[in-house]
Design a protein around this ligand. Sequence first.
Ligand code: PLP
Length: 460
Amino acid sequence: MTVTTLSPRTHADLRDDAPDPVGPLLPVVGADLHAPVVHGGSVPYAGLDVAATAPALTAVADRISTVLSHYGSAHRGSGYASRVTTDALEHARATIGRCLGARPDDDVVLTRNTTDAITLLSSALPAGARVVVLDIEHHANLLPWRRHEVRTVPARATLAATIDAVEEALASSPTTLLAVTGASNVTGEVLPIAELAGIAHRHGARISIDAAQLAPHRRIDIAELGIDYLAVSGHKLYAPFGAGALIGRHDWLEAAPAYLPGGGAVREVTTDSVSWASSPQRHEGGTPNVLGAVALATALQVLHDLPAGAREDHESALLHRLDAGLRSIPGVTPLLVWPDAPDRVGVASFVVEGYDAAYVSCVLSAEHGIGVRDGRFCAHPLLARLSPDASAVRASIGVGTTSEHVDRLIDAVRGLTTSGSRWTYESTAGGWTPVPETRDLDPLGLGTTAGSPSPCETPV
Ligand SMILES: Cc1ncc(COP(=O)(O)O)c(C=O)c1O
């Protein structure tokens, strides 16, 4: 494959006031990936879609490969590999709790992802539970609650007014649970967790935090912040091996019906009765995802061991660069919910006047080897409010992101708005596709015909 050498100096570098280059904070698998581009050859892939799913940390991949060589059944055998694997699983569970600041008596339930963790918590709420949510949430933190009585508080013009509205909602009628995100997956804006926890507890409610987007970017201390339940996804935490976790208070989980009834979730079964195991095992029926748990624990430990502020400094240098670059392009509008959010993780959504978001993302991929997300980001209510056509482009930053990725994105969006695209594209049922499609999109040898239409999909 021909490799197109990128100009080592981008437009940003050529300016006198060009900011310093920023390298990756941690090594990730696939950092040397090249992406084919439609005009021929390939360029280093700029993966700016880590808010959707993040590459594995190299440390995670190394750990998985070590554990794999000792892999056996967890909690199901006395052979050497089973003993080692059982220890690996329980050590991972303890590490996940410790790195997230869990209280000693909190449960750490291993799940598939955040959606699964929140759905499990929803199944464990006491009978007659009443839940309060904000309307900025990801669907994973909206839909699972709908089996209960849910009140949705619309975000107000400022974060301060939104917090007041949450307090009014909780004061006006008894609430069991306040379920909020730690950081918006659309705008990256961070919510004041300790303040919201204080409000919830003052009004006799508990608080659960959807930390899918917050945990990859900030250190979280469950006990210190007063969080009752926290949900995370391994694949957003540089541990894409299919595990997530729900961490929190034991009592509701202990009183709840088994989330996944089956082997491992019980103490004793007869033909007509069952004695359930305690939580967390009660909710983890079936053979556990040991490698997923080990991956998640390893990633959390590596992030936890970073010097204080290292993640924030790396990310804020890149986010400022991204924000400033986007703001400097006429016709580009960044999306934010509030003018007064004091903190924001490395997520930036924007609309480009005159261009369909899916088209922009298709051009970025096909011509520039840049991966971003477009669409409604599984947050339909929020996008309906923020964007004129209810869709946007989202770029997101992680520990493997560099200033070259960000500068390339800015240059590419600027080029599109000033000169248009350099290739032709067709709108198909599946989204936009380059015509002709010249890229080989089947490096794994799965049988996709090179050159066949390969629409850039429009996820919702
Ligand atoms: C804020 C937020 N919550 C929940 C989820 C769902 O995560 P998962 O797909 O890993 O269950 C996402 C995924 O994008 C998210 O961004």
